[in-house]
Design a protein around this ligand. Structure first.
Ligand SMILES: [Zn+2]
Length: 395
């Protein structure tokens, strides 16, 4: 069954029609940062008719972007993290009239369970932690943070996907085409709500607006993608010495004309969160993921002492007394091997004889934690980048 791209669920900000000539090269369309690199981006704009507060039709400049609410979910079979557009209120049928999406979102439906697991794990840590004072606070904070990263599903968060033109550079020089103008590639930049706010504020603070302005982004020499993005500095400018479109107005026209034809259907190759998923598929993923939690809930009805053991590594019987409390790995002594205990699965988890309680997903922290990307926005020209969300971006 061929699923139509989920891009149809995203709110279109602009009127875009024709096909992207390069859509086959899906990944090339994704804007990504590079270590210790300075990027110069032009933000293409189109004219849009809107009605102002007096009821008059006025023309405004608009960026070319879409926005969507994205869930992050964890595949426990291989500890990988994925994104998916929230399915709430999405109703789709296939060509034969069979329901693909019924308007419910199985991901949303499991967010509370995901938090319940987080709280369960955190409560065990708090009960077992023998540390005191600052050591205790620090230990529990770190545990809480990693439990949050490992949540099976997170509430959907809004993201914007903004079309930008990235100028090609060699060293500190722009690469020029035959006519002597800088060459560029159209890219789609995925930004969180807080970064969208920064992108709104930074041009405004220098008397510019985002549509049609040039952004100079300097990334630090930092290997971690999240850290790199969080510590980048962004400057908005239209000075001809820096901004190619200010030096060559014909270049701005050319980019804007090409950008206006951009077709978003191709971006699911670069942003898999827009790949189709049926309600049934999503429910299956979630039910598998929460299988042990659901069993625990059932067991609780008949046994108030039931335990949830998904994240507990069973001690290896031949090495009973090698627990190393100094590592802060607190054993869970009160969990007997009853009920489902014998069936506990530890997907992707090697046996760790010296630690009774382990965290199977610690291998993948950088991929998780989308919320860690946003808080340290480098927005040098502003005091409070988040004070005023950017509804004006969503024209
Ligand atoms: Zn949802």
């Amino acid at each position: 069954m061929a699923l139509k791209s989920f891009i149809s669920t995203a709110k279109r900000v602009t009127d875009v029609r024709t096909f992207l000539k390069d859509s086959a090269k899906g990944n090339s369309i994704k804007y990504t940062s590079e270590q210790n690199k300075r990027d110069v981006l032009y933000v293409p704009m189109i004219k849009q008719q809107v009605t102002d507060e007096n009821g008059n039709t006025v023309e405004v400049n608009s960026i070319i972007s879409i926005e969507a609410d994205i869930h992050e979910w964890r595949d426990s079979s291989n500890n990988s993290f994925h994104g998916c557009v929230c399915m709430k209120n999405v109703v789709r049928t296939d060509d034969d009239g069979n329901t693909i999406n019924d308007g419910t979102c199985p991901f949303c439906d499991r967010v509370n369970d995901s938090w319940a697991i987080y709280n369960y794990r955190k409560n065990i840590e708090e009960a077992n932690c023998k540390l005191t004072g600052d050591d205790r606070d620090k230990f529990l904070k770190e545990k809480g943070s990693s439990f949050r990263d490992e949540m099976k599903i997170k509430a959907a968060k809004p993201y914007m996907y903004i079309l930008v033109a990235k100028f090609r550079t060699e060293g500190n020089q722009f690469v020029l085409d035959d006519s002597g103008m800088p060459e560029y590639d159209l890219k789609v930049w995925k930004v969180s709500a807080s970064r969208a706010q920064a992108l709104y504020d930074i041009p405004h603070n220098t008397g510019l607006e985002l549509p049609g302005c040039t952004l100079v982004i300097k990334y630090p020499d930092e290997a971690n993608v999240m850290q790199r993005a969080g510590h980048a500095t962004i400057t908005a400018t239209n000075q001809p010495t820096i901004a190619p479109t200010a030096k060559y107005p014909a270049l701005a026209d050319k980019i804007n004309a090409e950008a206006a034809k951009f077709d978003w259907e191709g971006i699911s190759k670069a942003f898999p969160e827009f790949e189709g998923m049926s309600t049934a598929q999503a429910k299956k993923i979630m039910d598998n993921s929460f299988e042990q939690w659901d069993s625990y809930q059932k067991e609780l009805e008949v046994n108030k002492d039931a335990k949830y053991l998904e994240y507990v590594v069973e001690p290896v019987k031949t090495a009973p007394s090698t627990v190393t409390p100094a590592l802060g790995a607190v054993p869970v002594p009160n969990i007997p091997n009853v009920g489902q205990a014998a069936n506990v699965q530890m997907p992707g988890q090697g046996v760790q004889p010296t630690v009774q309680q382990a965290v199977p997903q610690q291998a993948a922290p950088q991929q998780a934690a989308p919320q860690q990307a946003a808080p340290q926005q480098a927005a040098p020209q502003q005091s409070n980048p988040f004070a005023n969300m950017a509804p004006t971006l969503n024209l």
